[in-house]
Design a protein around this ligand. Structure first.
Ligand SMILES: [Zn+2]
Length: 102
């Protein structure tokens, strides 16, 4: 599922294009305040936000993976080991051809 991430005012949920509305942010803007409440209540549900935040940084993926795993009841894993796996996976994805069918 691919969504257009360049939506919203950009104060609470950063946009890929870096745009921020001149609305004054959550303190005075109603739309931004709603974003802030949504983010505070359910940060886990904002997958697009998470993907943007972590991007292609294996260390962030490893840290987040560990955090979620522990929250779900799994044991905390060695983060350096996870970083190795995530970094290699990201690198493999980067070097993959656009389509393998051609
Ligand atoms: Zn706003």
């Amino acid at each position: 599922m691919m969504q257009n991430l360049n939506t919203g005012h950009g104060h609470v949920f950063p946009r890929p294009d870096g745009m921020k509305a001149r609305c004054g942010g959550p303190a005075i803007c109603r739309e931004c305040a709603i974003d802030a409440a949504r983010h505070a209540l359910a940060p886990e549900e904002s997958d697009d936000f998470k993907l943007q935040l972590m991007g292609t940084d294996g260390t962030r993926w490893a840290a987040e993976f560990n955090r979620v795993a522990v929250r779900l009841g799994y044991s905390k894993m060695d983060e350096d080991w996870l970083i190795g796996w995530f970094s290699n996976a990201i690198e493999a994805g980067r070097n993959a051809p656009e389509s393998r069918d051609e």
